[in-house]
Write a protein that binds this ligand. Structure first.
Ligand code: HEM
Ligand code: HEM
Length: 227
């Protein structure tokens, strides 16, 4: 009777250190405020001067978070390093399962992963580059609007738009992961701990699997030789 019960073990492990979480929330808060104030500068002329001041304040939060994140990228522990964000072809099957999960609007199962989502890892790396460019163009544009023929205010808006698209997609994705998965992804970015549900092998499954004795394995080549 008890053999039919599939036991599950739940483990709560630290995946995101405090430094990474601090960097994440400084970048996230700064970016959300920059999107809001940037939009006000563009579309609400009566609020534009106050919004431009707040745009600068939010920029400093982003710069602090981004600098910390870049430092961790080269100096942090393994999960914080650039190498863990590069595309990993050994995990291509997990990436495909992630795509299936999105295309089916969360009806297909959500695969499991340890720290960075394998599909989003390279996107995070590109995002860090885009954030560097938006910061550089944002600070440089008022002083040097044209650099090597590039009109920096337009470049600023271009990268700002790309980051806004990422932000919308990222928030939808992480909420979906949290709703459909068992990892508590969003609170993991707050308290650092992700939940891992480990399925123990059903004893019945072991009984049902085909067994072959060691003797047979050893004898098999002999038999082939006899033929
Ligand atoms: C309320 C908004 C947000 C929530 C709830 C949130 C939540 C999360 C979660 C749960 C992860 C882990 C995903 C994974 O398993 O790979 C993550 C990763 C990440 N998020 Fe967010 N995020 C938010 C906003 C943002 C924004 C606005 C940015 C920057 C534009 C951002 C940048 C990142 C980056 C770069 C990572 C990868 C972690 C790292 O290596 O630094 N997030 N976020
Ligand atoms: C994700 C980050 C950011 C977003 C989404 C964003 C968005 C925008 C938008 C939409 C505008 C209005 C452009 C226009 O009206 O033509 C703007 C202007 C501007 N941004 Fe950003 N921006 C970001 C980061 C930054 C940063 C880091 C700085 C650095 C200080 C910065 C500095 C500026 C400046 C100086 C302007 C011109 C303000 C003015 O016309 O008075 N931005 N930004």
């Amino acid at each position: 009777m008890t053999n039919n019960i599939k036991a599950e073990k739940i483990q709560r492990l630290l995946v995101w250190r405090g430094w990474l979480r601090l960097a994440h929330w400084l970048m996230a808060g700064g970016t959300l405020a920059l999107i809001l104030t940037g939009w006000l500068i563009e579309s609400a002329p009566s609020l534009a001067s106050n919004a431009a001041r707040d745009h600068y304040l939010a920029a400093y939060a982003l710069v602090a978070g981004l600098s910390l994140r870049l430092w961790l990228l080269f100096r942090g522990v393994e999960v914080e390093r650039a190498s863990t964000l590069l595309p990993d072809m050994t995990r291509i099957h997990v990436m495909k399962d992630m795509l299936r999960f999105y295309v089916s609007f969360g009806r297909m199962p959500l695969p499991k992963w340890y720290a960075h989502n394998p599909l989003w890892g390279p996107v995070y790396l590109l995002l860090l580059l885009a954030l560097l460019l938006v910061v550089a163009t944002g600070f440089a544009a008022p002083k040097w609007p044209i650099v090597y023929g590039f009109y920096l205010p337009s470049m600023h808006v271009w990268w700002a738009t790309a980051i806004t698209i990422f932000t919308v997609a990222h928030i939808i994705a992480v909420v979906l992961h949290d709703m459909k998965g068992t990892g508590s992804d969003v609170s993991a970015m707050i308290n650092g701990h992700r939940i891992f549900v480990i399925k123990r092998i059903d004893p019945d499954e072991i009984v049902r699997t085909h067994r072959i004795s060691l003797d047979n394995i050893v004898r098999m080549p002999e038999r082939r030789n006899d033929e």
